[in-house]
Design a protein around this ligand. Sequence first.
Ligand SMILES: *Cc1c(COP(=O)(O)O)cnc(C)c1O
Length: 402
Amino acid sequence: MPGTELFGAEERKEIEDVLSTGIMFRFNHEAQRNNIWKAKDFEEEAKKITKAKYALAVSNGSAAIMAALAASGIGAGDEVICPPFTYIATVEAVLMLGALPVFAEIDETLCLSASGIKNAITPKTKAVCLVHMCGGNANMDEIMTVINENKLILVEDAGQAFAASYKGVATGCFGKAGAYSFDFFKIATAGEGGILVTNDESTFKLADSYCDHGHDHVGNNRGMENHPIIGFNYRISELHAAVGVAQTRKVPFIRTENLKHKKTLQNHLSKTEGISFSKLGDDNGDSGTFLNIFLPNTEIAKRTVDEFNKAGVSGFNYWYTNMYHFINQWDHIKNLKTASKLAIQVLGAPQDYNNLNIPKSQEVVGKLISFGIRCTWTEEQTKELAEKISACVVKAMQPVNA
Ligand SMILES: *Cc1c(COP(=O)(O)O)cnc(C)c1O
């Protein structure tokens, strides 16, 4: 959790600015706010990193995905191709909008593959919600070909991939709109926060209104603003945005440090039999937030997890059994357990979620173990971790006695 490791004077200063005026609301109050606009500053910092034309700071990454989908025209009854390996927010956003998730295969990039997307297309497919998982990037050239050939809308959940890119373009900036999360577990945090990006002015305006009860944000009399569309409240507070500003400025440093540590780990671990690494669409565009190792198969990965636990190795995720990141544990989604009726329960699910045929995703997530990289590690600590990982894998690779 690199951002949280560096919480300090810079964050405090930005928060103090807001406290000095007491204006915690991101809009209006020009006379009292002493020209302090932290949400706007957060958006500018995000634009510097992503080079997106428009950025909108919102309450969290989940809201950013929801707004990205809504502003891209995704709604009731639309089939949206999603990965079975993602943070669950992606799927929730699709469902809450009344749209219908269709699960497709991922590959060794940990993201949807072009062939996975292609095989999941039906006449009702409207969009693809591509997730750049574990700090990396998908195979964008191949994916964009499928998107364009089939005239689909691309929305990107780059919740875990802020500061990642593919051939020089930021993840999140390939489709109609993209979303980043700044929750407590990401490369940078606002405490709670999200950023929506788009290069399209009308998509931005829809998102801007969608996240603030429809307000068009024209003029300086909030109560008299027009409301071109129905929206809701996904606003970020100035206090959260203040933290986001300071943290986002630290991201280039964090990325550099993390990539250095990742390289050290990979150099060391590549010598251990049984260890390989997840792939990147573009090796130069990694955000460096995770070291993603592959074991030969699920069984050996599970044994490795046991060895890690025995040896006291921490800081890793075995997503295959994680309740929130992999479909095998999403019984509430599979059985549509909801607080109140959603559109999918009226329209019918587009797939039998209890009998999905996704062997490639099962294989890839089964053999994957991810370590969150810490930017404050010393070279010594990094090497020590590599040695521990390596020793555990050596044990896990030994044949089990019958
Ligand atoms: C963290 C995350 C989200 C959700 O972001 P929040 O800010 O926690 O709402 C969505 N998608 C992915 C891939 C994430 O990792």
